[in-house]
Design a protein around this ligand. Sequence first.
Ligand code: CUA
Length: 166
Amino acid sequence: DFYAQLRAIHIDQLERKWITISLIVIGLFVGIITIDALFHGVNPPSKVETVDSASLHLNKEFAEDNLGVQVDDKGNVTVRMVAGRYSFFPKHITVPAETTLTFRWVSMDVLHGVHIPMTNMSTMIVPGYVAEITTTFPKPGEYPMLCNEYCGLGHNHMWSNISVIA
Ligand code: CUA
């Protein structure tokens, strides 16, 4: 039968050894991924915070009039932005230099990314999740904010400006 024929095939001893090793390694990887998924879930890093991308306009935090830069009583600066094909909203923001800024992004449609060249800021904006990054701009200047996940035909036009002032 088929299995008898298969067993009859000659496989070199060394080759047999490497086939076994590679199967063990693959098994190990799949095992680690499965265990991690069971214990930590299969979510993006911001896993704890979800948002309904389809109704952002009804969402208090990400409603249109709540977007942009906000400073609370304690002086904490929070920037809320919505990513959508093909822009970040608002299109332009002004923030202070040498100040800790908390950026919170959500997507209103598909997967986007946000990258600010010359800074440590780069994250995916996964629909359904809040992407949060804390950063500080060391010096004043004009910074572009670019989308770095392909999101459609207008992807390369998807950008906003950040003015960092002293
Ligand atoms: Cu948004 Cu690419």
